[in-house]
Design a protein around this ligand. Structure first.
Ligand code: AP5
Ligand code: MG
Length: 209
C-alpha cells in the first residue's frame, strides 16, 4: 500500500508513521528527516536546504521531488511505503503522480493552537529520531529507546513555528481538495490520544487493529 500522510507541522505524521510502518512492515519516507540528515552530513543538498528549513519555508520543489523519486526506486519500497511530509505543494503532487501510484492519503487534522503547543514542547533524539513532548518526559533529557540526548529542533522556535503554519495553510492545505477530488482522502482527528489516532489511521487504511 502506497500512502501519503498529509497534515500540518506537529499533527503527528512522524509519530504515527513510525507505528503504522512497523505494523505494516513498510518503510517511512520522511522528507524532513532526509533533509535534516543531509544537513548533518553537510552534503550539497543539505547545505542548500538549511536556509529554507531554518526560516520555516519549503525547500524548492525540484530538490525534494528528485529526493523522493530516487528513494521510491529502492527495493524496500516494492511492497509499499508511507510518505511523511511529501508532497507539500500541488506541483510536488503532480510530479509524484508521474512516478508513483498512491492508494490512500491520510489527512491528520489538528487545530493551530494545539500544534503550537505540541511543537514548542517537542524534543527529539539526536541518535534514533525518537520523538517526545516535555510534558511526558518528567524532567528526563535522554531518549527512552536508546539513551542518547534529546534536543529541541531548530525550527521549533516560536517564530519559525508561526511561519511553518502560514506556509502549510498557503501551500500544503490545497492538497486536501486535490486528493479529495481523486477520492483518495481519508481524514483522521489528530487531536485525540496517540493510541486512538493510531487505531483511526489503521481503520481508515482498512487494517483491523
Ligand atoms: P518536517 O520534518 O516534515 O516537519 P513538519 O511537516 O513541519 O512536521 P513535523 O515533523 O514538525 O510534525 P509531525 O506531524 O511529524 O509531528 P510529530 O509526530 O513530530 O519538515 C521540516 C522542514 O523540512 C519543512 O519546514 C521544510 O522546510 C522542509 N521540507 C520537508 N518536506 C518538504 C517538502 N516535501 N517540500 C519542501 N520542503 C520540505 O509530533 C509533534 C509533537 O506532538 C511531538 O512532541 C509528539 O510527541 C506530539 N504528539 C504527536 N501526536 C500526539 C497526540 N495524538 N497527542 C498529543 N501529542 C502528540
Ligand atoms: Mg515529522
Amino acid at each position: 500500500m502506497n500512502v501519503i500522510f498529509l497534515g500540518p507541522p506537529g499533527a503527528g505524521k512522524g509519530t504515527q508513521a513510525v507505528r503504522v510502518c512497523e505494523r505494516l512492515g513498510i518503510p517511512q519516507i520522511s522528507t524532513g528527516d532526509i533533509l535534516r540528515r543531509a544537513i548533518k552530513e553537510q552534503t550539497p543538498t543539505g547545505l542548500a536546504a538549511k536556509a529554507y528549513i531554518d526560516k520555516g519555508e519549503l525547500v524548492p520543489d525540484s530538490v525534494v521531488i528528485d529526493i523522493v523519486r530516487e528513494r521510491l526506486a529502492a527495493k524496500d519500497c516494492e511492497n509499499g511505503y508511507i510518505l511523511d511530509g511529501f508532497p507539500r505543494t500541488v506541483p510536488q503532487a503532480q510530479a509524484l503522480a508521474t512516478f508513483a501510484k498512491i492508494d490512500a492519503v491520510i489527512d491528520i487534522e489538528v487545530s493551530d493552537e494545539k500544534l503550537t503547543e505540541r511543537l514548542s514542547g517537542r524534543r527529539v533524539c539526536l541518535s534514533c529520531g525518537g520523538t517526545y513532548h516535555v510534558s511526558r518526559l518528567n524532567g528526563s533529557t535522554t531518549c527512552e529507546k536508546c539513551g542518547a540526548g534529546l534536543i529541541q529542533r531548530y525550527d521549533d522556535k516560536a517564530e519559525t513555528v508561526l511561519s511553518r503554519l502560514k506556509v502549510y495553510h498557503a501551500q500544503t492545505a490545497p492538497l486536501i481538495d486535490f486528493y479529495a477530488e481523486q477520492g483518495l482522502l481519508r481524514t483522521v482527528d489528530g487531536s485525540q490520544p496517540m493510541d486512538d489516532c493510531f487505531s483511526a489511521i489503521l481503520s481508515a487504511l482498512g487494517e483491523a487493529k
